[in-house]
Design a protein around this ligand. Structure first.
Ligand SMILES: [Zn+2]
Ligand SMILES: [Zn+2]
Length: 252
């Protein structure tokens, strides 16, 4: 049975094999991987947890005191591709898919795959995100690691908020304006989640309220969104989602 960690999902998605210089035996009985927390099972590859001096993500380790690392975490952490080309991705049973582009993020969030899956976005160079990503177990509560943060998306609330945003965009835009790929988000956009302004409502929304073109009832779902959901709303407002090609071959 596959255990539920992002690195185990990577193996299931790619067919990569667990790696280790040692084999689990009675020394590891009842122990967990220091990195992802899965149980170490007899016969599985295992390694001592040796972290380079440059390692700074100790608070992301599942069990910082444990001396072992599982074969899935070793396979992922020793491949630089997971800090480069395969770092802003959807990981699911069907493969690993890039979500760097708007239309691909729209696909991933509007039509998420069957659970379990993992979603992460790298927003700084050389940042470790893949092995630090929590596994999503419900399409209604999607977890995404975005750089140093984990955001939680309530999908049905986001779908309602997207309807409200479409209504606002309609009120705002002049007649005959060409339809773009995406409806304008009422939130200040910042998909790398780095600006302190990200998640603030744009001034036009306050204007519509002031002018009594809308009331807060018209935006009740938008007002419930947390900063991560405000960030993700852009993907729900994209009108032309595109399924990306799997990048699994570039990893193997
Ligand atoms: Zn592990
Ligand atoms: Zn590193």
């Amino acid at each position: 049975m596959m255990q539920l960690s992002a690195t185990e999902l990577v193996l299931a998605a790619t067919g990569l094999k667990p790696e280790g210089s040692d084999v689990c035996d009675e020394r590891h009985t009842g122990m967990s991987c220091a990195v992802c927390g899965v149980s170490l099972r007899a016969g599985d590859p295992v390694d001592d947890l040796v972290l380079p001096p440059s390692f700074t993500n100790h608070n992301a380790l599942a069990h910082p005191g444990n001396p072992w690392r599982c074969g899935a975490c070793t396979a992922v952490m020793t491949r630089s591709v997971f800090q480069m080309g395969a770092s802003s991705v959807l990981i699911c049973r069907d493969g690993i898919f890039p979500i760097m582009k708007k239309e691909h993020r729209a696909w991933a969030l509007q039509t998420p795959p069957d659970t379990p899956f993992a979603l992460c976005v790298q927003n700084a160079k050389q940042q470790h995100v893949v092995w630090r990503t929590p596994v999503t177990l419900s399409k209604e509560q999607i977890l995404i690691r975005v750089g140093e943060q984990v955001v939680r998306l309530r999908r049905s609330l986001l779908l309602k908020a997207a309807d409200e945003a479409r209504y606002l965009a309609q009120l705002k835009s002049e007649k005959g304006r060409p339809v773009k790929d995406a409806i304008e988000s009422p939130f200040v956009a910042d998909w790398k989640f780095q600006s302190s302004d990200g998640g603030r409502l744009k001034w036009f929304v306050y204007k519509l309220l002031e002018q009594e073109q809308i009331t807060t009832d018209n935006i009740s779902s938008l007002l419930q969104l947390n900063a991560g959901e405000a960030w993700a709303l852009g993907a729900f407002l994209h009108e032309r989602p595109i399924a990306p090609e799997s990048i699994t071959p570039s990893i193997l």
